[in-house]
Design a protein around this ligand. Structure first.
Ligand SMILES: Cc1ncc(COP(=O)(O)O)c(C=O)c1O
Length: 401
């Protein structure tokens, strides 16, 4: 029987820096530390990611936040409104406000996701776009959301930062909207720091190059018919290029994406099977609607009505036993409660752009009962998965009423 005492700390490291990864990053050190066009490792990473998602275009950025900023700056007119999730990481919403766009927050369902209903409740005629996040890896109900956005002629963006391996009806997340963004920070596919924008629209691809890449890439890749082509030298005045060492790391992870997916899916099912008999914790996974989990983390719902302990007590007791990786997330939460989005700072105009009209009962319910664990995913991780699955089952058995 596995126990936390047999494990060496830290219990979770990501990614595994094995000899192949080290060689790929090391080789890049002597090739180039800065790519000015797509002929090197950055272009290779973009092509591999494009194929991974199955999109027509992929443009890399220095972060997911940078890619989101690109969508905000190039796709939506200042003065209009965007609907964003109230429960997400702040960067899903904040770049829009920087571009003079009012952000209206939508509530979430029991999966932590916005829905066509919660989006409709936040809708007013001056809304021109919607951004959704597939929270913690669970795909949103895209069919209804797409239908609603079409009915109102709204642009739709997916924030897929939590859902690299997610799909709906056999189509990868990221293919269900006008454009999508994946952070490649510490995510299921990581490049250390980084982000990538995918789209089937040539115009959005060109906008992304003009926004984040300037000069050589814009001269070489932006269509001659794009109105911004004349600005190719400077692009739109900003620079958000991915580092070549990040691209090398990202490429090393894409090369083993099938293996990461296989291991993470297996780990998700092991955790599910061992904790669910006790009814205190349920792994949040959507198996209806042709959905496949995106495999960022194992998100769990804590049911206080089945437990002698509160969620905080359960978490503290699990930590006391050595289970350091069980977590109630600190930075991904009801972002409308953060000072940036509520009171703001008088010295910073961005904070005047957030509109929080709706009560958010779904967010309150979800955030107050959510816990998460890593999904691990490399050779040698089996002992961690086994220990955490057994540890959670054992504490759930004790706490069960
Ligand atoms: C849902 C979501 N969107 C966007 C981001 C921003 O990505 P990055 O950290 O690469 O800027 C994150 C980062 O954790 C995220 O979780």
């Amino acid at each position: 029987m596995a126990s936390f005492d047999d494990l060496t700390a830290p219990h979770y490291t990501w990614p595994l820096l094995d000899s192949t990864v080290r060689r790929m990053v090391n080789d890049q050190l002597s090739r180039s530390l800065s790519d000015r066009d797509a002929s090197g490792i950055v272009g290779e990473f973009e092509e591999a990611f494009r194929q991974f998602v199955g999109a027509q275009y992929a443009v890399s950025f220095s972060s997911g936040t940078g890619a989101l900023h690109c969508l905000a700056a190039t796709q939506i007119p200042p003065g209009s409104r965007v609907i964003a999730p109230a429960y997400t990481f702040f960067a899903t919403a904040s770049p829009f406000a920087y571009e003079g766009i009012d952000v209206v927050f939508a509530d979430c369902d029991t999966y932590g996701n916005v829905t066509a209903d919660t989006i409709e409740r936040a809708y007013t005629p001056d809304v021109s776009a919607v951004i959704i996040t597939h929270m913690w890896g669970v795909p949103c109900e895209m069919r209804e959301i797409v239908e609603f956005c079409h009915s109102k002629s709204l642009l739709l963006f997916e924030d897929c930062s939590h859902a690299h391996f997610g799909s709906i009806d056999g189509r990868r997340v990221g293919l269900h909207a006008d454009a999508a963004v994946f952070s490649t920070n510490q995510k299921a596919i990581t490049s250390g720091e980084g982000g990538i924008l995918v789209t089937n629209s040539r115009r959005i691809h060109d906008d992304a190059l003009l926004f984040g890449h300037y000069n050589k890439r814009c001269y070489q890749e932006v269509s001659d018919s794009h109105p911004g082509k004349a600005l190719a030298l400077t692009g739109y005045g900003l620079k958000y290029r991915m580092h070549t060492l990040s691209a090398a790391l990202g490429l090393s992870q894409l090369a083993i994406a099938d293996e990461i997916e296989r291991r993470r899916r297996l780990n998700l099912s092991i955790l599910k099977e061992s904790i669910e008999p006790f009814g205190i914790l349920r792994v949040i996974d959507r198996v209806d609607r042709g959905c496949l989990h995106g495999l960022y983390v194992a998100g769990m719902r804590f049911s206080p009505e089945h437990s002698r302990m509160s969620r905080a007590e359960f978490l503290a007791e699990f930590g006391r036993r050595g289970g350091a990786e069980l977590d109630a997330p600190g930075s991904t939460k009801d972002i409308t409660a953060e000072p940036l989005f509520s009171s703001g700072s008088p010295s910073h105009p961005i904070t005047r752009r957030f509109i929080h009209r709706e009560p958010l009962p779904g967010v309150e319910q979800f955030a107050s009962t959510f816990l998460k664990l890593p999904l691990w995913g490399y050779p040698g991780d089996e002992a961690f998965v086994e220990s955490y699955a057994e540890g959670l089952a054992s504490l759930s058995r004790e706490a069960w009423v």
